[in-house]
Design a protein around this ligand. Structure first.
Ligand code: GRG
Length: 281
């Protein structure tokens, strides 16, 4: 879908913008968020075609966040997904605009009747969930609080609040969007999926902190040791490396236990949860 929507533009003035958007969203990445959307849909018995739009939309938001996070005014990173960050491959102004346009594209996709066929109320709910996850109550707020906390000693509760917003909110939306498309999900089922999403969101961040120490720049595809260089509060710094790894495993166990309430095929969700703590990039 994204390859089609972002077909190279032959109009001279926007060609560079489209190139930068394609570079940022189509070239690499593990695609964990779209996979989570499809896996949740599978657990709920939804048709894959209904999930293409939310999956593409969430990846656009994710890609924009990485482009902006790498900018000189933020983490100032040169390497992402094993290649030059967007502002290096293009220039900072183009990277800002490509990120902005990717964010807008996410909502363009969800509002498009070409790309998403669902009831009006469900469409509104998807837009609501994604905007909450991305904005001032979610990812952007988490990023702001993360920057403000640099160099400070945080409690685990404070660190978890920040990460629930910065990383967790978008991962949670990947589960809650398919849930919103499901007609037969009751309140208990919804609460179980929410608990699953919250636990894997946290596990994802704990693992991210661990691999920032243990993995190499080559394997990560981004600069290793960046957390330490930016004086960030991390789980290994707070509780030690081995305890952080155990904690991530426990979170994933709790997440998988929460799926017991879901009657459908939860295998793909469990697979993703296990991969989150096994990954080294
Ligand atoms: C700049 C608005 C704004 C927000 C930035 C998500 C984020 C907030 C910053 C990214 C910094 C970072 C490394 C966060 C830790 C978790 C995370 C999102 C890692 C990258 O996600 P992956 O591993 O990336 O899924 P790929 O490249 O596989 O898509």
């Amino acid at each position: 879908m994204l390859d089609q929507i972002l077909a190279p533009d032959h109009q001279e003035q926007s060609q560079r913008l489209i190139e930068a958007m394609r570079y940022s969203v189509l070239d690499g990445g593990k695609r964990i968020r779209p996979q989570l959307v499809y896996a949740t849909g599978r657990a709920l018995g939804l048709d894959d075609a209904l999930l293409d739009a939310p999956a593409a939309a969430v990846e656009c938001i994710h890609a924009y966040s990485l482009v902006h996070d790498d900018l000189p005014a933020m983490d100032d990173d040169d390497l992402r997904r094993g290649q030059a960050t967007t502002h290096i491959a293009f220039d900072p102004a183009t990277a800002i605009l490509a990120g902005d346009a990717l964010q807008a594209l996410a909502f363009e996709i969800l509002t498009s009747e070409t790309w998403l066929h669902c009831a009006h109320s469900q469409r509104v709910e998807l837009i609501h969930l994604l905007s909450l996850a991305a904005g001032k109550a979610g990812m952007v707020s988490g990023q702001m609080r993360d920057m403000a906390a640099e160099g400070q000693a945080l409690t685990q509760a404070h660190l978890e609040q920040i990460h629930a917003q910065k990383t967790g909110a978008l991962l949670r939306a990947c589960v809650l969007m398919p849930a919103a498309l499901c007609q037969h999900l009751d309140a208990d089922g919804h609460a179980s999926l929410d608990r699953f999403a919250t636990r894997i969101g946290l596990a994802f961040q704990v693992r991210d902190d661990v691999i920032d120490i243990e993995s190499s720049t080559e394997t990560l595809g981004k600069t290793q040791g960046a957390d330490d260089a930016h004086n960030k509060a991390t789980y290994p710094a707070l509780m030690g490396l081995e305890r952080a790894k155990t904690y991530a495993d426990q979170l994933v166990d709790q997440a998988c236990d929460a799926l017991d309430m879901i009657g459908g095929d939860t295998g793909p969700l469990i697979n993703i949860a296990r991969r989150i703590v096994a990954r080294d990039s």
